[in-house]
Design a protein around this ligand. Structure first.
Ligand code: PA5
Length: 448
């Protein structure tokens, strides 16, 4: 049963409901192009049917590998960047507690390869020195510098610690079926591998082993996660679902309609600190998919109510190019009421007996109304609870909406040509073989 709700009523004073519903034919045509694979980037549409196509054997293989690793080590290091990092990080953070550092259960899941911080890596190696650990290394291309660097260090340390033969049993590679340095390294070293399907791009790969294996290693139920995505895929979006009942298509239409009126920045706001990395995943999905050809909504995020005491000022009164999407969770996992205090020195007795969540919800509603009054249209997305099922729904909702939205914008939502520019400069500056011309040119440039 799908529980995700989309509310566009606080957008209608900026763009009318009629305007949004006017996107119907466009949205239907883009959906058709996604299913018939006739649009831009049609080689990367494996994610569209993914939730309903994952086989029992594949799920079991992932679960068995996770159970085995969990039984062997205290720490599992997940190495990857971008789409090979943010999906699992988002789901594991959302499903984990807020104070995981005090939880003594193992294994702990940590991440590497998402930065090139010398101190980050040194600190991690120091921690791993005193603990048993395994490594899941993820790279679709198999050639990305950040994870490759981190993996070289971790592999060295693991081999020194347990020996090359034992290390083999503690390393899993997730990569392309044939291409790339990681595939070659994994095959030569005899690591267990999982394949990233050719037609699932990095940021659309959370429902492949890229996301599923780390999530299973963290102890969460990947079957429920897949089930949530599948339920959403089948019941809420697809060619047989009318535009008016398709939340992904409506969200895509609303943000494009707003973009066309000058709302060039979208802020994803949450009121639950566990969603902080979900916003990071969302930013990557939308930023990398839409920011092209000098077009696209800039995706930003805030964590409320904390950021109401910082970014709240800007949102209320800064540049009026903002739209806000609120990610709301209907029910917290636990219950906590505010106690009565006889002296009432803090003046809070008017809240006595109320749930903490009621205060949070009134902060959310009050903020929404204030932001709308201040000229910021608000889209509201609600899920009943933070659990595997509803996160699965949310992932599929946003993926489908992003694809439709990218097509509405007139870009290919499945490539990322712009990411190459920094790499070219970095390789030239580091004098990578094959970059001699670029090295010469860039050295001239930075000398000036
Ligand atoms: O969405 C994408 O395609 C990118 O963010 C990639 O996931 C990221 O660059 C990592 O690539 P790879 O998995 O090839 O190392």
């Amino acid at each position: 049963m799908s529980g995700l709700k989309l509310d566009l009523s606080n957008v209608y004073s900026f763009v009318s409901e009629e305007t949004i519903l006017g996107y119907k034919d466009e949205a239907n045509a883009h959906q058709k192009a996604l299913y018939e694979k006739t649009g831009a980037g049609s080689d990367f549409l494996g994610w569209v049917e993914l939730p309903s196509e994952i086989s029992e054997d594949h799920i079991k293989d992932i679960e068995n590998s996770a159970t085995l690793l969990r039984s062997k080590v205290e720490v599992i290091v997940v190495v990857g960047i971008g789409g090979s990092y943010l999906g699992s990080k988002a789901i594991i953070t959302a499903l984990g507690g807020n104070f995981d550092e005090f939880d003594e259960s193992t294994p702990k899941i940590v991440f590497a390869g998402q930065n090139i911080g010398e101190d980050y890596l040194n600190e991690l190696l120091g921690i791993l020195d005193k603990r048993s650990f395994a490594v899941i290394v993820i790279s679709k291309s198999g050639t990305t510098t950040e994870p490759a660097l981190a993996f070289r260090l971790l592999k060295n340390q693991l081999e020194e610690k347990v020996g090359t033969e034992n290390a083999k049993e503690l390393i899993i590679a997730i990569t392309d079926k044939a291409r790339g340095a990681l595939r070659q390294l994994a095959d030569q070293s005899g690591y267990k591998t999982f394949i990233i399907p050719d037609d699932a791009g990095g940021r659309y790969s959370v429902l492949t082993p890229v996301g599923l294996l780390p999530i299973a290693c963290a102890g969460y139920d990947i079957r429920k996660f897949i089930e949530g995505a599948k339920a959403f895929q089948q019941k809420n979006t697809g060619l047989d679902i009318p535009f008016e009942s398709n939340p992904s298509a409506l969200y895509a239409a609303a943000r494009n309609a707003l973009y066309r009126t000058g709302k060039t920045t979208e802020i994803l706001a949450n009121y639950d600190s566990r969603l902080i990395y979900f916003s990071e995943w969302w930013k990557q999905l939308y930023g990398e998919s839409e920011g092209k050809e000098n077009k696209g909504i800039f995706p930003a995020s805030v964590n409320f109510t904390a950021d109401l005491h910082s970014m709240g000022q800007y949102i209320q009164e800064g540049e009026r190019n903002l739209l806000e999407t609120v990610l709301s969770v209907e029910k917290p996992d636990s219950s906590l009421s505010i106690p009565e205090d006889q002296e009432n020195l803090d003046g809070l007795n008017f809240l006595a007996g109320k749930r903490i969540d009621e205060v949070n919800k009134m902060a959310e509603l009050g903020t929404l109304l204030a932001h709308v009054d201040g000229g910021v249209p608000n889209i509201r997305i609600e899920i009943p609870k933070i659990n595997e099922f509803h996160l699965g729904e949310l992932v599929y909702f946003f993926e489908k909406a992003c694809a439709i939205s990218g097509y509405m914008l007139g870009v290919n939502p499945f490539d990322q040509p712009g990411v190459e520019a920094y790499k070219k400069n970095m390789f030239a500056l580091l004098e990578k073989p094959g970059f001699e011309e670029e090295t010469k040119a860039i050295k001239e440039r930075v000398k000036k």
